[in-house]
Design a binder for this molecule. Structure first.
Ligand SMILES: NC(=O)c1ccc[n+]([C@@H]2O[C@H](COP(=O)([O-])OP(=O)(O)OC[C@H]3O[C@@H](n4cnc5c(N)ncnc54)[C@H](OP(=O)(O)O)[C@@H]3O)[C@@H](O)[C@H]2O)c1
Length: 380
């Protein structure tokens, strides 16, 4: 019997996770839509392979194999997670995915009670950004709770250091980027989001830019991006005002003007499909990681007006995603999951970060880091 089914077993993340799990002695089956690519991906690692062309076939495979854990790396997760989770709950399998968009993460978390009833664990957002930022928020809020403080305002920033392999961007990532926020309350489908007064409200993509200096001295600018980090930080802190930002959002003056209308254009179906096809075909040239480390950052303002700040340091972002996903899967395969639907750090605590070689760096940013580059002041 297989311990773990890896859906998208030919992909960058699927292959990395499968190889990491096999090194621990777990029986891994790679699932994909093309037998030749699967055999190539299985290579010398000894993984079994199964061809399943569409999401229905994948769900049937899960029901037939009944593995301990299913790892889903096939985006857009708004399309794939639902049927696969149905199959997992029926088969008695735990589930992990790499979703990082608000729509997919919120839909998965909404299945908490159902997962509890089935006695199964569902983990979404098992990649770099959600785990890196959530880990810092949980630690800061634990410390705050010891002195009776409650969080009022939280901002999280994800600062991935991403090396690129030469190749196409691919359908999964392009679909995830373009599919937007179907069904997420608080704004239009292609607007950003933040929490205000405990509710999701609209926020401009690329808004609230802020300059930060990492503990290594790297200067970055982060800006608003409606990612799974936002939900994870809100749930971890209970703060009524939360915003999530990323250093991957273009923040120049032109980008600030162009991003909101460009996002609006994606609301038009044919344009969205055209954009997804063009994006999937984009060829990357190999690029080395721009910084030594990837960082998660959080700033918490307490109800008493004081604040706290901290960082998590992780390796190159794709390696960090593979490590977080593999460690989450390993723990589920060992039967350490709690029934329900959660994000990775909510499932296993901030120690998940240190168990994958990350570290927390407490304390405020360097003094020159708190430069607001416009748009962020007065809104929170
Ligand atoms: N949360 C995070 O931090 C994080 C980090 C990295 C990636 N991600 C997300 O994880 C997903 C995978 O990323 P990746 O970099 O590993 O992508 P990738 O290298 O392009 O791999 C995608 C995999 O999905 C399969 N696939 C794509 N479209 C499919 C379809 N319609 N039906 C069946 N299989 C399909 C591909 O199979 P073929 O070989 O047959 O094309 C491939 O195995 C993306 O959605 C990305 O957004 C999240």
């Amino acid at each position: 019997m297989a311990d773990v089914l890896v859906l998208g077993g030919t992909g960058r993340t699927g292959r990395g996770v499968a190889d990491a799990l096999a090194r621990d002695g777990l029986q891994v089956v790679l699932v994909g839509r093309d037998g030749n690519r699967l055999r190539e991906a299985a290579g010398g690692h000894g993984h079994r392979t199964l061809v399943a062309a569409g999401v229905r076939e994948v769900a049937d495979t899960v029901r037939a194999v009944r593995p301990a854990v299913v790892v889903n790396t096939v985006g857009p997760f708004t399309a794939t997670a639902g049927p696969v989770v149905d199959a997992c709950l029926a088969a008695g399998s735990d589930y992990v995915d790499l979703a990082n968009d608000l729509a997919a993460v919120s839909r998965l978390l909404a299945r908490h009670a159902e997962a509890e009833r089935a006695g199964r664990t569902l983990v979404t957002g098992a990649g770099f950004g959600v785990a890196a930022t959530e880990g810092v928020v949980v630690r800061l809020c634990r410390d705050g709770a010891r002195t009776g403080r409650r969080a009022e305002r939280v901002r999280v920033d994800m600062v991935p250091s991403l090396a690129l392999q030469a190749g196409r961007l691919g359908d999964a990532l392009a679909g995830t980027l373009v599919e937007g926020l179907p069904g997420v309350p608080g704004g239009r489908r292609f607007q950003g989001r933040r929490f205000a007064g405990g509710r999701l409200v609209a926020a401009p993509v690329g808004g609230a830019p802020r300059a930060l200096v990492t503990p290594d001295g790297d200067r970055v600018v982060t800006a608003s991006m409606p990612l799974g980090e936002l939900l994870a930080a809100h749930r971890a802190s209970g703060a009524p005002f939360v915003e999530a930002a990323s250093s991957e959002v273009p923040t120049g003056a032109l980008a600030r003007i162009a991003l909101p209308p460009a996002a609006n254009l994606l609301a038009v179906g044919p344009l969205r499909r055209f954009a997804a096809r063009r994006l999937a075909a984009v060829e990357f040239r190999a690029r080395s990681a721009p910084r030594v480390s990837s960082w998660g950052h959080a700033h918490v303002r307490w109800q008493d007006g004081t604040s706290a700040e901290g960082w998590s340091r992780l390796p190159e972002a794709q390696a960090a995603t593979v490590a977080v996903c593999a460690e989450t899967t390993r723990r589920l395969a060992r039967g350490e999951g709690r029934p329900g639907a959660r994000t990775p750090v909510a499932s296993f605590g901030p120690e998940l970060i240190t168990s994958v070689g990350g570290e927390f760096v407490d304390g405020p940013s360097r003094p020159d880091a708190r430069v607001d580059v416009g748009g962020g002041r007065g809104r929170r």
